[in-house]
Design a binder for this molecule. Structure first.
Ligand SMILES: NC(=O)c1ccc[n+]([C@@H]2O[C@H](COP(=O)([O-])OP(=O)(O)OC[C@H]3O[C@@H](n4cnc5c(N)ncnc54)[C@H](OP(=O)(O)O)[C@@H]3O)[C@@H](O)[C@H]2O)c1
Length: 321
């Protein structure tokens, strides 16, 4: 496992996302249950993963509970990141939400407390006032944001009066704009960009073809439409060819591409022990600069269909039982 600097701590470059735990939209109760979720987290710990991402909203709090249970006995070496939802962003709201998360996680400190999405109706001074209070009380170690543009990230830092150490954004080979805007700042100031949905929710694993796309939360993912899956063919060929050269899988190469940059950590979700094993091993794949650029160029050449043309198919998949 490769480790990178994260504020004043070192964390694994590949973490584990846990939106899947407790979420019916990810097949909870059908593809995944509590026992498997506990096995996934414990295997992650064995493999050297130390960064775990959850949120108060995932599974209505179930994800935090399961993560807390799985990490009991390992708490000190592990790094727990959770998030406060945008309707709890007043000063008092942030503090109360954190106290509830601490109870569900069964811990006395959150290593990274992130604002899940901005809420333009609540001033950042309120939110960061609550964050500052939590840090002063020792209930939160570091503060982060998620889905923030660069300007808002910097305003959050000014409101907090210290570093907002990370910004968690939608970032993978086929979606790079947000991170491209944030990475120069992260490099300059020693901040981290946390890549969420780093496998494009499974698209980059190459398991799904036209007509085989999953429903649930992924019905909203425009990349899963049959036309986009077909258009992805040439890019997937390049991804598979780089994977072949490393004796790796496409998913592993997609993750290795992200963590090629020490300012980035990736937090793939997993629905099986085998997936977490595969994802953890990706941290040790060193892509050459040439391979990195080749993948980027192939991704750049992909043009997805206009969003509106995909909507009817997405609704049909969403309604599918
Ligand atoms: N801050 C935010 O707003 C935000 C938003 C989204 C996610 N997140 C965080 O980011 C984490 C990851 O994002 P995500 O879960 O949306 O998407 P993801 O990590 O890109 O994809 C996860 C899914 O891909 C499949 N998969 C994982 N590893 C695989 C492997 N090695 N081979 C083949 N398939 C594999 C699994 O689904 P199947 O096996 O069913 O295909 C898994 O559920 C979340 O768990 C959450 O913690 C944050």
């Amino acid at each position: 496992m490769k480790y990178v600097q994260f504020g004043d701590r070192q964390v694994s470059a590949i973490g584990l996302g846990t939106w899947q735990f407790g979420s019916r939209g990810w097949g909870w109760g059908r593809d995944l249950d509590v026992e498997e979720a506990l096995r996934i987290v414990r295997r992650a710990v064995d493999l050297g993963i130390t960064f775990f991402d959850t949120a108060e909203i995932y599974g209505g709090g179930r994800s935090e509970e399961i993560l807390g249970q799985a990490l009991r006995g390992h708490r000190e070496e592990m790094f727990i990141a959770t998030k406060v939802f945008p309707h709890h962003l007043t000063r008092g709201g942030v503090v109360r939400a954190a106290q509830r998360s601490l109870r569900r996680l069964g811990t006395d400190t959150i290593d990274l407390y992130q604002v899940h999405f901005p809420n333009p109706l609540i001033p950042l001074s309120q939110t960061m006032g609550g964050m500052g209070e939590l840090v002063n009380k020792g209930l939160v170690r570091q503060v982060g944001v998620s889905n923030f543009g660069l300007g808002r990230w910097r305003r959050a830092e000014r409101a907090l009066g210290s570093a907002v150490i990370s910004n968690q954004v939608h970032y993978h080979l086929l979606k790079r704009k947000a991170a491209d805007m944030l990475l120069p700042y992260a490099r300059e100031e020693g901040r981290t960009v946390i890549a969420y949905s780093p496998l494009a929710q499974g698209v980059l694993a190459g398991r799904y073809g036209p007509g085989e796309a999953p429903g649930g939360v992924r019905a909203r993912n425009v990349l899963f439409t049959p036309r986009n899956l077909r258009r992805l063919g040439p890019f997937m060929e390049v991804l598979r060819s780089v994977a072949g050269a490393h004796g790796a899988t496409p998913a592993q190469i997609a993750l290795a591409w992200l963590v090629h940059d020490p300012q980035v950590i990736a937090i793939p979700g997993a629905k099986s022990v085998q997936q977490v094993e595969e994802n953890a091993a990706a941290a040790d794949i060193a892509l050459s600069d040439l391979e990195w650029a080749r993948l980027g160029d192939a991704a750049q050449a992909f043009r997805r269909t206009p969003f509106m043309s995909a909507v009817p198919g997405m609704i049909a998949r969403y309604l599918r039982p």
